[in-house]
Design a protein around this ligand. Sequence first.
Ligand SMILES: Nc1nc2c(ncn2[C@@H]2O[C@H](COP(=O)(O)OP(=O)(O)O)[C@@H](O)[C@H]2O)c(=O)[nH]1
Ligand SMILES: [Mg+2]
Length: 214
Amino acid sequence: MNISDAIPLKIVVVGDSKVGKTTLIQTYLQEIDGKQSASNLRFDYKIVQVEIDQEEYIVAIWDSVGQGFQNQMSHFLVKDADAVMLCIDLSEEIDVHSIEQWMDTLTNRSSSHCVYVLIGTKLDLFQQSRTQQLNDGFSQLSDKYSALKLLKPVQFQDKESIKLAFQKAFELGASAKAKSKQSSTLNFQSFVLNNDTNVYRNNSTKKQKKDQCC
Ligand SMILES: Nc1nc2c(ncn2[C@@H]2O[C@H](COP(=O)(O)OP(=O)(O)O)[C@@H](O)[C@H]2O)c(=O)[nH]1
Ligand SMILES: [Mg+2]
């Protein structure tokens, strides 16, 4: 693929500290490129090449650090994001109010076309007795935020689910971006050309499993 023909896409992963953001991204990157070991991954963002609906995309996946919805880095990062993945820790009680604070903060700071995906992490530590609480919470949030999509929860050992979650976020972001007239302000192409080793190749992001997400 000629990189100069690829469409840039920006995905930002946010959520409370220790919710599993970095693990989520690292697991995805390992899944699409087995040669990359987790210990080498020190990054704020990584670039992947993906194909969505027969179009090539250069996707920048940004990891955020800092405490909670008030952290400045998340605010800065989401400004020109096409999709934001908001992670919540399923090993803990679901705090709908905290998610609302995240959403209110994010929607105030991001571009109008940005989509938000809520993804539960640490599914392996989820207590089934909280299922009703989780469903009620998610239903309340979907009613309130039309731009919020719910993804299937994941846990770090289920790499396929994590890959599908990222694919879904990419597809939603790409679709939202295509619908908007707005173009990304970041020049990913020059980054890619100067940092070839940071480019991950994902050949398997076609739509074959699209229906399994959300
Ligand atoms: N049991 C379990 N632990 C997880 C999972 N995902 C992340 N963790 C652990 O949660 C801790 C925080 O993860 P990290 O990715 O650093 O969180 P971040 O601060 O949001 O980037 C680490 O000890 C991870 O190993 C998961 O799916 N299941
Ligand atoms: Mg982290």
